[in-house]
Write a protein that binds this ligand. Structure first.
Ligand code: MF3
Ligand code: CO
Length: 273
């Protein structure tokens, strides 16, 4: 039976297994992106590829029409933090692009994101990408039974803002995930250790640091979606779907297949590993 307290929905093991299938379908979709990314490719082409791949795999792209969002992926380039609209502008050497994708498979949501680097970027941007990904795993380490939600939030903020002086976006947060794209609780990338609700087994969270090279402040464009940094400096976004467990969080999404494709694609830069 599904357990619920406050507004948090704890999944059964069988439900977690289904959610893993949804999360891995997103990972496989992002792996297809990693294979074809190169200067000249447009984010609209990526949107089409992802939409078709997901439908071919008996799932539905979940972002399309969600609160009126008009595309199947969010493609956020350089200073765009999240929710960038796919467009017909060719990506170029030196760009970084976060592809965020959601699917519904057998009624369950998968929702995760990965930031790719095209060719050479400055050491500062390389470090921002590395540290943002590291911070995601620092947060995940805290997603265990008996910890509090704030432990996850604090770990991410500590590794990015405190240690490197990066801007941690306040307006956008991670979230619970399940039969809905957004469930309780909200998962900010900042917070206090020991604060917030206790984490219980089989709570599934989408943890998604959005970290800026400069100011934490962001601006939403007049399209109502595109979120940019206020100072136009670069922002990075990584997202994993994670299930709270006793000693070690279970990561439902799978970066290993994306990273393998990234490393095999000479147009992509993965030197930061
Ligand atoms: N990963 C994002 C989120 O959790 C993407 C949502 S885009 C939207 O909110 F179009 F679906 F809103
Ligand atoms: Co999300």
């Amino acid at each position: 039976m599904t357990r619920r307290d406050n507004m948090m929905i704890y999944k059964t093991d069988a439900e977690v297994a289904l959610m893993k299938e949804a999360a891995v379908l997103v990972s496989k979709t992002l792996t297809e992106v990693a294979k074809i990314l190169k200067p000249g490719v447009t984010t609209m082409q990526i949107d089409k590829l992802c939409d078709e791949y997901v439908r071919d795999n008996k799932a539905i792209p979940s972002f399309l029409n969600y609160n009126g969002y008009p595309y199947s992926v969010c493609a956020s380039v350089n200073e765009v933090v999240v929710h960038g609209f796919p467009n017909n502008v060719a990506l170029k050497e030196g760009d970084i692009v976060s592809i965020d994708m959601g699917v519904i498979l057998n009624g369950w949501h998968g929702d995760h994101a990965y930031t790719f680097i095209l060719g050479e970027v400055s050491d500062a941007i390389m470090q921002l990408v590395r540290v943002t990904k590291e911070s995601l795993y620092k947060g995940i380490e805290k997603a265990i039974v008996g910890n509090r939600l704030g432990d996850i939030c604090y770990a991410i903020q500590e590794h990015t803002e405190k240690k490197y002086g990066y801007g941690v976006v306040r307006e956008l947060v991670g979230h619970g995930l399940g039969r809905s794209l957004h469930e309780d609780p909200q998962v900010p990338n900042y917070g206090k250790r020991g604060n917030g609700p206790m984490l219980k087994e089989n709570l599934v969270l989408a943890i998604e640091p959005m970290i800026n090279l400069g100011t934490k402040d962001v601006v939403t464009e007049s399209d109502g979606w595109t979120v940019r940094t206020k100072d136009h400096r670069t922002s990075v976004h990584f997202e994993h779907d994670v299930c709270v467990k006793k000693n070690k969080a279970l990561i439902l999404s799978d970066y290993s297949i994306i990273e393998a494709a990234e490393k095999a694609n000479t147009n992509l830069n993965s030197k930061y590993y």
